[in-house]
Ligand binder design. Structure first.
Ligand code: PEP
Ligand code: MN
Length: 269
C-alpha cells in the first residue's frame, strides 16, 4: 500500500451527529478479502452510505474460530475506503494494536467485551486526543447504562470527546434472539449524556430477517445512527453470516428507512 493512502489523522474528522442526520455504518463482521470488501464498498458508495465497517482483529467466542486478517485486513479496509471515498471503522481488541489500527482507520471501535477494559479505553483516548478521531464505544453486554457512561469518561478524560455510544444488546433470560436489544437505552442516553448514540441492529438479533424491523425502531426512537453487518454472500461468511444482510438486503434497508427517518424529521446520511 502506498504511504500516502495511510490515514494520518490529517483528514476531516469523522463523527456521528447528535440529533442530526442518521448515519448508517455497514459492512461485514470480518474483512475476508479485497474482493469481498470491494463489493461492499461499491454498494455503500451507490447507496450513499458513508461509513464502512470490517473487523481485522476479531474477538471470537471460540479460539478456534477465524481470528481476522489483522494488518492485512486493515490494509484492505483502508484501500477500499479510499477507492470508494468511504470512512472506515474497525475494532481494537488489544492495547498493543492501538497505534497500528489508528494508522489505518477513521474511527476506532471498542467492542462489548472490552467496555470495562479501562486501560484500553485510556490508551485509545490518549492516542486519539490530538486527532479527535471518532471512537465507537459499544455497551458491555452485562453493563448498566450508568456503568457504560461512566466507562466512556475513561476515553473522554484523555482529551478526545468524539465518542459515539453504540447499544448492541444485553444478556437477559430471553433466548429467541442472540442478545436483547435495550432500545430504551437510546432515549435514556439522550437524557443522561451529550454524546451521540447509535444502534447495532445485527448483534442483538443474530438473524438477518429481524434486522430491518430493529433498524426502523431504532430510527423512530431517535438513534443517531445504525450499524448493520453486510456480506456479499452471508452463507459463506467467516463470521456472523446468519445475521448479515446481503447487498440486496442493504439496498432494501436504505429504501425502507428513508420514510421512517423523514417521519421523525431526519434523513439518512
Ligand atoms: C462486531 O462489531 O463485529 C462485534 C464483535 O461486536 P460486539 O463487540 O458488539 O460483539
Ligand atoms: Mn460481528
Amino acid at each position: 500500500m502506498a504511504e500516502e493512502s495511510i490515514n494520518t489523522g490529517a483528514a476531516a474528522v469523522t463523527s456521528v451527529e447528535r440529533d442530526g442526520d442518521v448515519t448508517l455504518i455497514a459492512g461485514p463482521c470480518s474483512v475476508e478479502s479485497l474482493e469481498q470488501m470491494r463489493e461492499v464498498g461499491a454498494a455503500c458508495k451507490e447507496l450513499g452510505v458513508r461509513v464502512m465497517r470490517g473487523g481485522a482483529y476479531k474477538p471470537r467466542t471460540s479460539p478456534y474460530s477465524f481470528q481476522g486478517l489483522e494488518e492485512e485486513g486493515l490494509k484492505i479496509l483502508r484501500e477500499v475506503g479510499d477507492e470508494f471515498d468511504l470512512q472506515v471503522v474497525t475494532e481494537v481488541i488489544d492495547s498493543s494494536h492501538v497505534e497500528i489500527v489508528d494508522e489505518y482507520v477513521d474511527m476506532l471501535q471498542i467492542g462489548t467485551r472490552n467496555m470495562a477494559n479501562f486501560s484500553l479505553l485510556k490508551k485509545i483516548g490518549a492516542a486519539t486526543a490530538d486527532s479527535g478521531k471518532a471512537v465507537l464505544f459499544k455497551r458491555g453486554m452485562a453493563a448498566t447504562i450508568e456503568e457504560w457512561l461512566a466507562a466512556s469518561e475513561y476515553i473522554t478524560m484523555q482529551g478526545n470527546t468524539n465518542v459515539i455510544l453504540c447499544e448492541r444488546g444485553i444478556r437477559t433470560f430471553e433466548t429467541s434472539t442472540r442478545f436483547t436489544l435495550d432500545i430504551t437505552a437510546v432515549p435514556v442516553v439522550k437524557k443522561l449524556s451529550v454524546l451521540p448514540i447509535i444502534v447495532d441492529a445485527s448483534h442483538p438479533t443474530g438473524q438477518a430477517d429481524l434486522v430491518p424491523a430493529v433498524c426502523r425502531a431504532a430510527v423512530a426512537i431517535g438513534a443517531d445512527g445504525l450499524m448493520v453487518e453486510v456480506h456479499p454472500d452471508p452463507r459463506a461468511a467467516l463470521c456472523d453470516g446468519p445475521q448479515s444482510l446481503d447487498i440486496a438486503g442493504l439496498k432494501n434497508l436504505v429504501v425502507e428507512l428513508e420514510p421512517v427517518a423523514r417521519a421523525v424529521g431526519r434523513s439518512l446520511a
